[in-house]
Design a protein around this ligand. Sequence first.
Ligand code: F6P
Length: 512
Amino acid sequence: MMVEFDGIVLDYSRQQATVDTVDKLYNLAEAAHLQEKIHRMFNGERINSTENRSVLHVALRAPRNAVINSDGKNVVPDVWNVLDKIKEFSERVRNGSWVGATGKPLTNVIAIGIGGSFLGPLFVHTALQTDPEASRFAKGRQLQFLANVDPIDVAKNIAGLSPETTLVVVVSKTFTTAETMLNARTLRAWISKELGPSAVAKHMVAVSTNLTLVEKFGIDPNNAFAFWDWVGGRYSVCSAVGVLPLSLQYGFSIVEKFLKGASSIDQHFSSASFEKNIPVLLGLLSVWNVSFLGYPARAILPYSQALEKFAPHIQQVSMESNGKGVSIDGVPLPFETGEIDFGEPGTNGQHSFYQLIHQGRVIPCDFIGVVKSQQPVYLEGEVVNNHDELMSNFFAQPDALAYGKTAEQLQKENVQQHLIPHKTFSGNRPSLCILLSSLDAYRIGQLLAIYEHRVAVQGFIWGINSFDQWGVELGKSLATQVRKQLNASRTKGEPVEGFNFSTTTMLTRYLE
Ligand code: F6P
């Protein structure tokens, strides 16, 4: 129960699944027409039926000479036009030929965006930050992300920065997201106040599918980097959403390496047999854990500090994609879909929530380890260096979960009788291990694509639409109603009206 592909080893022998179970899961995949659905995705069919869109994030990392059609048109040349434009622009900013309004180089970048326009780029940035190759290219540069509309996040982002040396990248697929647009207006005011309104042209650029709104906002369309409605927000890190800020920070060549890593998994996913296909195996096992064994959660546990933002990114990719209540045809599902994803890097998580995983609820775990650390070890002479110590835990935890510890073993160790129930570990707790040979831009791209495709496999088996997100709309429209009320109360003194008792009371208290 181990498969290998291009520097990645997946060991799923500690799942609660026998060879026979896995065979049955392959049958399930066949019954659910998994291969055909994967093919339809790569073929640019409009599989996101509720939004009438294709799902083609794989085209974002396809080689220049690839042909991937959407509505009979090869989209790869458009992808590469934008990539070429990003390469040129990021090189100009990095080499100082594109400067700010006062002639100073733009060494700081603030990327404004939220959800899919933030989490993926943050994950990749955090993972590249400590990669020696990538960080060499980032010398003297700083990349930050402004996501939350909270004034605290604004204050944290602009603290210590001067607009003179700052480039703001507004990232929003729709260019209507309330939080992002308010933050964009805030930073536009920050720039204008210090440098005058004309400076905005030099200090603000945008990434969006809605170039009309970009222009309306006051950003020169020549300084806008497009993507397309066939890229879902949470699948957009390989579009200009991630490529622009990351190229500004690390240079285009590093980002190209990242795209190549993701593309290698796309190839693997679309061509390998199910038995050897890492995303397919992961997806099937997740379906097994959620739908057959009834485990509602999944812990993502990377044993690399560089991957500290991986779980938050996958949280959105997975939970926004597969947290659905109806089938793709709109029929209520007779089973639960999606899982509650959470995680922290090891070993930090061990000192936090692993207690529950070992002796409380059963939570299938993904352990992700790296053979060669990004960083040299400080104490060279130590027999077990920092990385070995980290990896000792990576290897030990899955066995602790799988085998547990019995009362008999504890008795042999002369543990006091009254402590035996407390020190017993039931074992048979499922996990899987993913071992990466290294963690550079290429592997980071691979890891991303593995998890993206795993989520798609789960959705294909469950028969849901993993590519829409109607569940985020209701909260947004209620917030609009509250926003209107706050405005009316503040500007015209209007009383709070039209809300239930609880909200009315709380809103009134807030306005007081
Ligand atoms: O509210 C959820 C969501 O629609 C995500 O799917 C998306 O990634 C995020 O908001 C941001 O949207 P946009 O890129 O359009 O600003």
